[in-house]
Design a protein. Structure first.
Length: 628
């Protein structure tokens, strides 16, 4: 297993860190044996994990990463950060401190969420949460696995490298880099804000620093900061370059971009290779700094390069991010989507920039973002435009940004001879990939009307082409599955896991009953009985850790589809009902459900269920729900 993936959960959202077996995840049990990674998760780590989970609010933590959650009964709901959707299927329980997506089945506690959203290991998620909430950590030696130690060392090496690069820029070695920044109009305050630096040309500066701190060769090799020659010696990866530190969303330095200062030095921009802490396809430059402004301005500005992000930010526009020397990737789009739905794409006005913008539109549409395209006159890139025309002019261009579809239509007209039928057909075909993402019928018809006049093609032909594009593109959307568990099973599961005062009485009544064996949720109840026998106290985590994946999904669906607390009488009535014959059970369950609906004022649904009773119980005709 590579260092990049060793710390990640093998099954997203399973609730189990990669280095902890399901059976090892309870803090109250004996010291766990070595797991499938060959690593022992220490008791200190498990106990600290439980302390963290009881100290932080999962709803607040999740919202810090972008998803906007709304109160829905006892839970919170919103769009899932792990898959593309338009209808919220992501639920969070503040009382159970657990999240679950009915679409992609991602689930877990607050630690799992941070692991998945930041793609970090279990131990790093503990550290991230602890630092953010001011909770003292146990000593590293008590809980760190080898992979986390490697990643910790690589983080340290990047901090040492940044100190060196900053000192170089301010000293005699940085004269050429300072001159370049002066020519580009970068102020001293901006240099400080973005931590710009300089890597000297010797190729040994970082090696000397790392040697003084006795980092072993294996860590040097995986740091991305030095390279190994064929003879086994090392040299600095970045030499004679203006350095741009790259941060993760938590603000830690995870890589660098280096801009060549010598005319004959290629490539012009050199980026850190993939390392245990850096995956360039998943990182956006400046996102850690821009998050607050993105939420405040309700929009993000996407630019191509480091200097564009710096220049636009310096002009007073804080909600700016850039891809890190790569074409925009799906992972980067998903990182944007966690924070905002509205995006203004402002790539360079040259042909490569326009082509990159067009490619990016399809990725952004896949994730359902609302896209506008910023066009700058004078063939200036965003950094140059802000410096030459000023912040006011740039704001005007932002305000005048076109909807993506009409920007695409303009490009199609320019690239084809619109005087010929062939040119018109080619222009229409160029628009079809984007059309497939327009799911609203009214929007589609409105755009079809405008496009027909714009490119000179009959409206009916345009609309037919649009409909075919949508049909070809559509994939089966995630649907919120109907929970297959009976209402009484769900009620009993919720009562056992959220109303501890009822546990003893309910378990005592259910254990000897043969009814549990017929439950779809029988393995969940067996896990509940086992946890109760071994640990005494029941917890959602404790039961969840003993289940296979299918039953975890069933449990999560059950607890998130039941709302409210039940009285002792309601719970014991459910125990009695599950012991009846199937037909008797169904009648009793419907009667109980009708009572609940009447109390809630949902008379339409209550009447619908009343109409079902005579089919199951001929004696039910004319009776009220209570049987009177």
């Amino acid at each position: 297993m590579s260092p990049v993936t060793a710390g990640l959960s093998p099954n997203r959202g399973t609730g189990i860190p990669a280095c902890v077996l399901a059976s090892d995840y309870l803090p109250t049990r004996r010291m766990p044996p070595p797991n499938r990674c060959g690593i022992i998760a220490s008791r200190a780590a498990m106990e600290f994990a439980e302390q963290l989970k009881s100290s932080v609010d999962i709803v607040s933590v999740i919202q810090e990463y972008g998803p906007r959650l709304r109160k829905s009964g006892n839970n919170y709901s919103g769009l899932c950060p792990f898959h593309n959707e338009k209808t919220p299927s992501f639920s969070v329980s503040a009382t159970k401190q657990f999240y679950y997506c009915f679409g992609c089945h991602a689930k877990g506690d607050v630690i799992n969420f941070v692991m998945e959203i930041e793609k970090i290991s279990f131990y790093e998620a503990l550290k991230t949460l602890a630092e953010r909430h001011g909770i003292p950590m146990p000593k590293r030696s008590q809980y760190a696995d080898e992979d986390s130690k490697l990643r910790g060392a690589v983080f340290q090496m990047h901090e040492y490298a940044q100190e060196n690069f900053r000192a170089n820029l301010d000293g005699p070695l940085g004269e050429a880099a300072r001159a370049y920044l002066a020519r580009r109009g970068v102020a001293a305050a901006t240099i400080e804000q973005f931590g710009l630096g300089y890597s000297d040309r010797s190729g040994r500066a970082l090696l000397r620093i790392f040697d003084q701190r006795t980092f072993p060769a294996a860590q040097l090799e995986q740091s991305g900061l030095v390279r190994k020659r064929d003879d086994g010696t090392f040299y600095d990866y970045f030499r004679n370059r203006l350095m741009f530190p790259i941060h993760n969303e938590s603000g830690k330095i995870i890589g660098f971009g280096g801009r060549a200062l010598a005319a004959d030095d290629n490539p012009k921009y050199l980026n850190s290779p993939e390392t245990p802490i850096y995956r360039k396809s998943a990182v956006l430059y400046n996102l850690h700094r821009a998050k607050e402004a993105i939420h405040k301005e309700d929009r993000v500005i996407l630019v191509e390069g480091y200097m564009d992000a710096i220049g636009v930010t310096a002009a007073g526009f804080g909600a700016v991010v850039a891809s890190c020397g790569t074409a925009l990737t799906l992972q980067q789009v998903q990182a944007i989507k966690r924070h905002i739905q509205k995006i203004a794409v402002n790539f360079d006005p040259d042909t490569p920039g326009a082509n990159a913008a067009e490619r990016s539109i399809n990725l952004l549409l896949q994730e359902g973002l609302q896209i506008r395209i910023v066009e700058l006159d004078g063939e200036l890139d965003p950094d140059e435009y802000c410096k030459q025309r000023g912040a006011g002019a740039y704001q005007q261009r932002l305000d005048a940004a076109k909807g993506y579809f009409f920007w695409l239509a303009d490009r199609a007209r320019k690239k084809n001879d619109m005087r010929t039928a062939e040119g018109k057909v080619a222009a229409l075909k160029a628009l079809l990939p984007a059309v497939g993402h327009i799911t609203d019928r009214l929007d589609r018809m409105t755009i079809a009307n405008e496009v027909a006049g714009y490119i000179g093609v009959e409206r009916g032909i345009v609309l037919d082409s649009f409909l075919k594009a949508v049909a070809d593109r559509q994939e089966k959307a995630f649907e919120k599955p109907k929970v297959a568990l009976r209402h009484d099973e769900r009620m009993l599961l919720n009562a056992l896991l959220t109303q501890p005062e009822m546990c003893e009485e309910v378990i005592e009544a259910l254990k000897p009953s043969e009814a549990v064996a017929a439950f779809l949720s029988r393995r969940i109840f067996q896990a509940i009985f086992a946890v109760h026998d071994s640990d005494g106290a029941l917890s959602f985590d404790g039961v969840n850790a003993r289940l296979e994946e299918a039953d975890r999904n069933l449990l999560a669906q059950a607890v998130f589809t039941e709302d409210g607390q039940y009285t002792r009488e309601e719970v014991l009535a459910a125990v009695r009902r599950v012991s009846l014959s199937d037909e008797q059970n169904r009648v009793a369950e419907i009667r109980a459900r009708i009572k609940e609906l009447e109390r809630a004022g949902n008379m339409l649904e209550a009447l619908r269920l009343m109409a079902e009773l005579p089919k199951l119980d001929p004696g039910a005709k004319g009776k009220r729900a209570g049987g009177r």
